[in-house]
Structures are given as C-alpha cells and as structure tokens.
Design a protein around this ligand. Sequence first.
Ligand code: ADP
Length: 165
Amino acid sequence: MASEGRESIAIYPGSFDPLTNGHLDLIARGARLFRNLIVAVLKNTQKQPLFSVDERLGMMREVCCAFGNVEVDSFDGLLVDYAARRDATAILRGIRAISDYEIELQMAHVNRRLRPETETIFLLASEEYAFVSSRMIKEIIMLGGDVSQFVPAPVLERLRAKVTR
Ligand code: ADP
C-alpha cells in the first residue's frame, strides 16, 4: 500500500554526542517518511561522552520541537526490545561512506535476526553533510575552531559553554 510508510513509527537511534546538522537532515527526511519518528539516545554506551544523556536530550528537544511528529527519548538495553516497546516497525540509520556501511550492515542483520518485524531503513547522507560527524565537531571545538556551520544553534551554544568553562 502506498501510504503504509506514513502509518508507521520509526526509531532513529544514536549517540548524538552532540547532534549535528547531518543528524538534523536525517531527522527532517525521516519525519517526512514516517508518521512518527522517535530520535533515541543510547544510554548504555561504553564511549566517554562529551555531553551527558540529559544534556543531549535537552538540546535535541529544543531543536526537534520544530517538527510536529518527532519525539526525543533515551533508551538502554537492546534496540529491538526498545522498538517493540514503542511499537516501532522501522529503525532509521544514515550512511555517509563505505565505512558506515560495513558497521551498519552487521547491525541491521543482527537486529533482523533478533526481531524480524523491525526493518532497518537507510538514508544516504545529503552531499553537504556527508563529512559531518560528532567526533569531528568535538575535535574542532577542542582545538579552538568554529563549528557554527556544522551544528544547530542550541548545540553551538552548549559546545561553546563547555570549552570556555
Ligand atoms: P552511533 O554512535 O550510533 O554511530 P551517531 O550519533 O554517530 O551514533 O550516529 C547516529 C546515526 O546517524 C548513524 O546511523 C550515523 O551513520 C548517522 N549519521 C551521523 N552523522 C550523519 C550525517 N552527517 N549524515 C547522515 N547520517 C549521519
């Protein structure tokens, strides 16, 4: 059915440490494809984050309130279990380069084995954001560079506050 995608709920999971314009581009495109999009911050990550989960949620909510059908949430445990709890039938992920593809392919296969009802949907990064990553943003800001063209305004504000503290 042509309208099926619009009826469904998708989860866009990630670290979002911090949210970039590349993430935001994917959110805007996902919000057009699905009835509801849940942008979900993974809590139980091993990585040493720059921003706490609560800080990330705050910035992301500020940015995503512009979309009527986007919710910002956090989760721990298995993504497919969270998807089941939220009645989501799709997981949204972005592909910037072959390096993303290799990791994403493995995760998508594992998630399909764990819960076949959940499809992983990939969107290719838009050309202008294909090189933008949270890691790159953190490196530039720590070295005193200007990241204003890569992140939404609320994120820029918090990044500047972190480095001037
Ligand atoms: P993770 O730790 O799960 O990789 P990220 O926050 O780095 O979390 O990324 C979440 C998702 O967003 C991943 O699917 C990643 O490939 C995608 N992504 C990250 N940056 C971009 C970008 N600039 N354009 C499109 N997708 C992106």
